[in-house]
Design a protein around this ligand. Structure first.
Ligand SMILES: *[C@@H]1O[C@H](CO)[C@@H](O)[C@H](O)[C@H]1NC(C)=O
Ligand SMILES: *[C@@H]1O[C@H](CO)[C@@H](O)[C@H](O)[C@H]1NC(C)=O
Ligand SMILES: [Mg+2]
Length: 354
């Protein structure tokens, strides 16, 4: 113990800590720097003398590049004058906390009320990797649009000026009798996905802790409860299954492997499709706000950057490389943001219509 303490003192005195801080300011990949630092400390059997202050310093300097959407709220709303705000929200990790059992990722009543308030004033859509039905069952609001399976299954407004006479669109009516259009660009893949579901269950039955979630247009293989030594075997099973399904590929998420059809369709395309069907395509009068915490949300952030409109907001409590302009630390900050937005919408309802 004493030795470790002495070593930590030497570590500090030699200025290594300062060296890491200056490095991390120079490079944008915090993860790499953290890892390097961790490996070095490990190699010298040192404890992290100032882990918490390090993390805070990183976060604070990252915040300068991705300011909190809460502290920028007034500026954002000022910039929205004369524009129609539209809200796009991811579900897991954004509206609900990440939990170990994906079936129990419930959102709080407070969050539900905030989303409902927001949707009273602005068109609101939820874009998730889960199946559309599952997201609806978590959120249970009839006034918002839902897009499941990373945007491959969209229930949106009836397109205003667009032909939907094709295989991939069909009309549907919700519980309140409102008409919607369901758009499923990956519909042709459905039979093969069902076949893969059976195959994957078979292939993983000897690996303890695997949970396979049928997200309709993608399969999520959750491994949060799989032993470390079994992980590689699981990944190999997914990969060898994909050899026979060349039109699919695997992506990695938070403790999950996802099997998806290889079509050029992601959350970014879903966002564009929704903006389009809401009647905002090529319009300079829309101000989209997109809030999400996943790597798959980056596709949507990119769309907003490229269109040069709106606010991509990343939910993260750690510095992370992102296309988002702004950030929120966690779902509780998302709640504060949405609550303010709802209040602001109520106060400005008249001026928006004008
Ligand atoms: C927003 O607009 C109001 C009124 O026009 C102004 O007083 C305020 O300073 C502006 N705030 C920001 C942060 O731009
Ligand atoms: C639909 O689009 C056509 C041109 O593409 C335009 O002339 C027409 O006014 C549009 N209709 C509506 C209702 O926006
Ligand atoms: Mg998420």
């Amino acid at each position: 113990m004493v030795l470790v303490g002495v070593a930590a003192k030497i570590y500090e005195a030699t200025g290594m800590e300062r060296w890491f801080l200056s490095l991390s300011r120079k490079y944008d990949s915090f993860e790499t720097i953290y890892k390097l630092r961790h490996d070095l400390l490990d190699a010298h059997h040192l404890t992290n003398p100032r882990e918490s202050t390090m993390v805070d310093e990183h976060y604070v300097s990252w915040l300068k590049e991705h300011p909190s959407a809460l502290s920028s709220f007034q500026r954002m709303m000022n910039a929205s004058k004369g524009k129609q705000i539209a809200i796009f929200l991811d579900y897991d990790g954004t509206l609900s906390p990440i939990v170990s059992d994906p079936e129990r990722a419930f959102m709080s009543d407070q969050m539900r009320a905030a989303v409902r308030d927001v949707s009273k004033h602005f068109p609101t859509a939820i874009i998730s990797g889960r199946s559309r039905e599952k997201v609806y069952n978590f959120v249970k609001l009839n006034e918002v649009y839902y897009s499941g399976s990373h945007g491959m299954d969209i229930m949106g407004p009836t397109p205003k000026n667009k032909s939907c006479d094709d295989n991939y669109h069909h009309k549907t009516v919700n519980e309140e009798g409102n008409e919607f259009i369901v758009f499923q660009p990956a519909k042709d893949f459905l039979p093969e996905i069902q076949q893969m579901l059976i195959e994957m269950n078979e292939r993983s039955k000897n690996i303890e802790g695997v949970a396979i979630e049928d997200n309709r247009f993608c399969l999520s293989v959750h491994y949060r409860h799989v032993k470390d030594e079994d992980y590689e075997r699981l990944e190999q099973q997914v990969e060898s299954m994909l050899v026979n399904h060349p039109e699919f590929h695997m992506t990695r998420g938070k403790k999950v492997l996802e099997i998806r059809p290889s079509i050029g369709w992601n959350k970014g395309h879903a966002l564009e499709y929704l903006l389009d069907t809401l009647g905002f395509d090529d319009s300079k009068n829309v101000l989209p706000i997109y809030i999400g915490d996943d790597t798959t949300d980056e596709d949507a952030f990119k769309v907003l950057r490229e269109r040069g409109e709106g606010y991509p907001i990343l939910v993260s409590s750690k510095p992370r490389k992102t296309m988002a302009f702004h950030s929120l630390r966690d779902p509780s900050e998302v709640l504060s943001f949405l609550t303010r937005l709802g209040r602001w919408g109520a106060g400005n309802a008249d001026s928006i219509q004008a």
